[in-house]
Write a protein that binds this ligand. Structure first.
Ligand SMILES: Cc1cc2nc3c(=O)[nH]c(=O)nc-3n(C[C@H](O)[C@H](O)[C@H](O)COP(=O)(O)OP(=O)(O)OC[C@H]3O[C@@H](n4cnc5c(N)ncnc54)[C@H](O)[C@@H]3O)c2cc1C
Ligand code: SF4
Length: 484
């Protein structure tokens, strides 16, 4: 089924037997759990839009393996145009959902592995690429959602994996068998983990010989034996338990992250894509990170929603015409479109790797992500400025509906007289949701740390920038002759 519908996707998740814990208890029905379900609906949007004729060009692609039409989330970029469409897809979905729609991590893992498995084979004469392509075809043919799992818990950050007091702080192999390997460890902060059919493991950092047992990449079905999920908490998450309330802010969608534990999991060889080739672990990390830094086109889409909400709040408050408000909206748009420039630029300057996969311009992808660590915070600050304090002092949905207090809220929370009080409350709750609530996980803190904390981009920028060329240009113009 190369193109699942949103309904097929939901049904396919019901067939999984995931071991999920939340608030100290096993979640028996993951798909219908009120806290998890909005995040499932956000992923479902990636399936739904692929069937909409107006989005077909962005949301689908032609498989270079089978020639069939597939969802772009399982596609391997074959051109610069593919990379640009990926950035546009991220913005589109961010705008449609107003949150993290989760499916990009898997797409980025697949693309990074399509480069690195080829390069390992070139160096060592192994057969990972063929193995990976078979797996990729399975993912494409079944239109699967994959969790891209890179981040280990890492324990003491100053120590490499083999020197950690607890050897399980990084995922590692504990047993080699004839038919596969047994692995132990965990992956932290896993976006969309319980909405995924597959989980693709990659190493977190570049490694040396001593760490070779940790230089692993493989894929497992998400409900594989020995894998368990502990759901992360998000600020204001239990508002989702309150039913169809406006206090949720985003009444349709949400994201989620989980800690995923691998408690001695058996992985058959046909699903292993890197095994102890420690010298190529760093290459896999860099490629995945660069692709995922490009994927932060999603923040532009969520930024669109936040700017739209701020403009609406200004209108409802009766201040939309004030010059400083108009200027703040311009500033928000300027920052948001600057982010868009970054993700389009690193795609437009993409290049072909030896495997035939197109990669982003790594320097520009890092510059883009570095802007992402800052601009959404400033956009959020301006949105809160425009929204006013009511955004955080407003009574609840229940107070609005109450026969005793409702009339007072109707009266005293009204802004512009033409606008129903409830609408004003709704848009302020949406701003709260994106800047302080569940969606702030994706819009703010993930902008900071996701795909690597800011320092990781600064290191890449210093490595990738062509300083020699800059110095040559400067010296030439001021008459410094190096030969002398
Ligand atoms: C919402 C969210 C979703 C995410 N989704 C995914 C996902 O789907 N898949 C995935 O694989 N990962 C995911 N991540 C993980 C993300 O890549 C990490 O958060 C990121 O790499 C930073 O790691 P950390 O959170 O452990 O922070 P830390 O490593 O603890 O960093 C904290 C600070 O310490 C600094 N620091 C860390 N190590 C060192 C060192 N050795 N020397 C000096 N300074 C250091 C950092 O620069 C930073 O300033 C997600 C993260 C978030 C927040
Ligand atoms: S944060 Fe953005 S890029 Fe990462 S998975 Fe979520 S939507 Fe995709």
């Amino acid at each position: 089924m190369p193109l699942m519908t949103a309904e097929d996707y939901e049904e396919s998740l019901r067939q999984l037997n995931l071991v999920v814990y939340m608030f100290g208890k096993r979640v028996e029905n993951v798909v219908d759990d009120p806290i998890i379900r909005p995040s499932m609906k956000a992923v479902a949007k990636t399936y739904e839009l692929a069937h909409r004729p107006e989005h077909e060009d962005i949301m689908t692609a032609t498989s270079h393996i089978t020639g069939k039409k597939i969802n772009r989330f399982s596609h391997i970029h074959r051109s610069v145009e593919d990379l640009v469409k990926k950035s546009k897809m991220g913005r589109l979905l961010g705008r449609e959902t107003g949150c993290c729609f989760q499916r990009c991590v898997g797409m980025d893992a697949l693309n990074a592995l399509s480069i690195v498995t080829f390069n390992i084979d070139e160096k060592y004469g192994t057969a990972y690429y063929k193995r990976f392509m078979k797996y990729l075809e399975y993912v494409q043919e079944n239109d699967l959602t994959c969790d891209g799992a890179m981040t280990d818990p890492k324990g003491d950050r100053s120590l490499p994996p083999h020197r950690q007091q607890d050897p399980d702080q990084y995922m590692h192999v504990v047993e080699e068998r004839k038919d596969g390997i047994v692995v132990r460890g965990a992956k932290a902060h896993q976006t969309g983990a319980v909405n995924s059919h597959e989980i693709i493991i990659m190493p977190t950092i570049a490694m040396r010989e001593d760490d070779k047992d940790y230089a692993l990449s493989f894929a497992m079905p998400s409900d594989g034996s020995g894998i368990l999920y502990i759901m992360g908490r998000q600020s204001c998450d239990t508002r989702k338990l309150e039913g169809d309330t406006i206090d949720r802010g985003n009444v349709l969608f949400g994201g989620h992250e989980a800690l995923v534990v691998f408690d001695d999991v058996f992985v058959p060889w046909e699903r292993v894509f890197m095994y102890k080739e420690h010298d190529l672990a760093g290459q896999l990390v860099e490629n995945f990170a660069a692709y995922h830094r490009q994927s932060y086109a999603c923040k532009v889409g969520v930024g669109d929603v936040l700017i739209g909400a701020a403009q609406t709040a200004a209108e409802y408050n009766g201040v939309a015409g004030a010059s400083h408000i108009r200027d703040k909206i311009v500033e928000m748009n300027h920052l948001n479109e600057t982010l868009y420039c970054g993700c389009i630029a690193c795609a437009s300057e993409g290049h072909r790797e030896p495997s035939g996969t197109y990669n982003v311009n790594v320097l520009l992808a890092n510059v883009h992500k570095h802007n992402v660590t800052r601009f959404p915070y400033e956009i959020a600050r301006l949105a809160q400025d425009i929204a006013g304090g009511l955004m955080v002092t407003m009574p609840s949905n229940e107070d609005l509906k109450s026969s005793e207090t409702g009339k007072w809220l109707e009266k005293y929370l009204r802004g512009h007289s033409d606008i129903p009080t409830e609408n004003r409350m709704r848009v302020l709750r949406l701003i709260e949701n994106i800047t302080l609530g569940t969606a702030a996980v994706g819009y703010l803190t993930e902008s900071m740390h996701g795909a690597g904390s800011p320092q990781a981009q600064r290191i890449m920028i210093s490595r990738r920038v062509n300083m020699g060329e800059k110095q040559r240009a400067a010296k030439k113009l001021c008459g410094i002759d190096e030969k002398e």
